[in-house]
Design a protein around this ligand. Sequence first.
Ligand code: SAM
Length: 187
Amino acid sequence: MGHRICPWWLGYVLASPLRRLLQDPAAILRPYVREGMIVLEPGPGMGFFTVEMARQVGASGRVVAVDVQPRMIAGLKRRLAKKGLLERTDARLAPSDSLGLQDLQGKVDFALAMAVVHEMPSSGRFFAEVAQAMKPGATLLLAEPSGHVKKPAFDAELQDAAAAGLEVTGRPAIPRSQAALLTKRGN
Ligand SMILES: C[S@@+](CC[C@H](N)C(=O)[O-])C[C@H]1O[C@@H](n2cnc3c(N)ncnc32)[C@H](O)[C@@H]1O
């Protein structure tokens, strides 16, 4: 783990509407996100999935999006503001050594980790922090780009997730990705 972080300018490419031809955020998220939920998205970039989650949680829900790059957060906020979805989103800059989720312990209904875990300095620490923020029985959709995260590396991520109390309960098909649905034990 601990690979290079995606450069900020790639945030524009990743949030381009053309990506919908490959990955439809509404269809990918619909099985998991409900109105009123508290949803967590570490590494949102400029918000390709965040905007859709903010729509799906509705006015009574909240999306907490945490990124380590100020320019990603700035781009994310611009996009959310344009769609009138900024108020239901808490877009945060992560401290350098954690995700800064202390205020969310046991509160998160659903988390999305899309193309981000391989950029983390430690996937073990990542899953431990996210699991602590999740309610028992809550789910985490983990997806990694299959082009540069091969099966052995993805399996190692799943082992770190298991050590944090997150067990594989589904294998959703997401184009160009290795994906797993993880559920926090203890429901
Ligand atoms: C490849 S991009 C994916 C963006 C988005 N999830 C998507 O699918 O469009 C990875 C994102 O993770 C963020 N990131 C990398 N390391 C991080 C860390 N330690 N904490 C929070 N975000 C991080 C990067 O800044 C970048 O925005």
